[in-house]
Design a protein around this ligand. Sequence first.
Ligand SMILES: Nc1ncnc2c1ncn2[C@@H]1O[C@H](COP(=O)(O)OP(=O)(O)O)[C@@H](O)[C@H]1O
Ligand SMILES: [Mg+2]
Length: 512
Amino acid sequence: MLARCSSGALRGVEALPVTVEVDIAPGLPGLRVVGLADAAAQESRERVRGALRNGGLRVPLTRVVVNLAPADLPKAGPGFDLPIALGLLVASQQLAAAEVEGIWSAGELGLDGRLRPIRGVLALALAARRHGARALVVPAANATEAALVEGLPVWGAEHLVEVVALLRDPGRAAAPAAAVPPEPTLAAPDLAEVRGQAHGRRALEIAAAGGHHLLLVGAPGSGKTMLARRLPALLPPLGHQEALEVTQLHSLAGLLGEGAGLRRQRPFRSPHHGCSATALVGGGAVPRPGELSLAHHGVLFLDELAEFRREVLDQLRQPLEEGELWISRAQQRCHFPCRVLLVAATNPCPCGWHGDPSQSCRCGEAQRRRHWGRLSGPLLDRIDLQVVMRRPEAHDLGGAYREPRQQLAPAGEPSVVVAQRVAGARGRMGQRNPAGAANGQLEGPALAAIVNPEPDALALWERAISQRRLSARGAERVLRVARTIADLAGEERVASGAIAEALSYRSFDQAA
Ligand SMILES: Nc1ncnc2c1ncn2[C@@H]1O[C@H](COP(=O)(O)OP(=O)(O)O)[C@@H](O)[C@H]1O
Ligand SMILES: [Mg+2]
């Protein structure tokens, strides 16, 4: 007898429908899985047989063929265990075909029949709803994640036997899993803790408002990492759709905890400079998202930028520009979104002390030039804001501990205050820019159409281009940042003050 069950296979960030066909025919006992299944999916045979036997269910003693259709779509991972087991139960008449009709299922089985959580359940749930599933059955540990998809009944189960009871008598089952409240927002580090560094803080605000990539240059201990970590909290809260996308990507990477709800915080990812291209942009035999996609809608922080291998950084170029990337495999093309705000940090030279008043630099001119040579080029070319940070003076830091508590460098504004200005600027961009894009995403004619500079601002800009011999890209960058500065101030037109400030964030155009 032939039985059919529904499930899904992951391809990139999405899931596609898979029909699990189980055919029981006369012949020698055996179970074969066909249909482009990877090793983990092949091993389903053993887990399913064990789970049935130990769950007190019958294992057919004839020839069984399991076909995962369509045959040209690669199927990876252990998630097909559950639909294969259900198909076997229908084919051997332990369940009625009507009982699994329209039901999607996914989950890994233990030999004892227990259901183990799998990756990518949110993507599966979205696909199930899209294809009109009656309900989705998943391991209990994945139920809250699947329940984020509205309008799709989700049943979580601990054991195969529980699933069988549920399908036989849905009326007796507990209520479908409900979405849990989103994760609580943890207290993010606050901008107020950064003493002094007015220039750096301001650049962070502009980066957040306009979505401009940012480079921080400074000696060790100058607070580059400290500043970068405070960027996500300046960005507007994630919208529902954005939060779903972030949760979906983190689920694919297996980063969602058991019973986790919607991701509410903007991601902050900080890959090590020794990481591989695959770890950074994603990939693998079964493509999974890399750090770049895990930072989607958040911040990707590349600390010690000069230490990253050039060929690894080169892979970032196109995805950074497009906000998405495609990974091609022989059988398929996988899509991953990656709209990130890039913050890069580096020492000014190999020893780290060039330009620092407290210590002298030990590097030769040639070494410094090589250092900048490694940084320049395609990636630096996409960074709108460059900031030099000096190490805070000892008395600036000590102020926090001294009695009476007075600081020589004033405490900075708290993140919430800055975030309000950022939200205001983003609101203005949303109404004015094509498709509501942030200024940082605009270039060429689209940018030219919205800059709206005052005549003397334009004159200052032209003078600066010829004096500093800025490239066309560099010159455009100044306008883009100036537009964001005007938006932060709520100004219709870009004044010369905004151009002057924007020019102060291009200190490395010559050095590089
Ligand atoms: N402006 C500052 N205000 C307060 N503390 C600071 C400041 N700059 C640096 N620090 C202190 O110095 C430490 C090292 O800073 P860090 O951000 O790691 O520097 P970098 O990344 O530039 O090497 C921070 O953890 C913080 O305690
Ligand atoms: Mg650091």
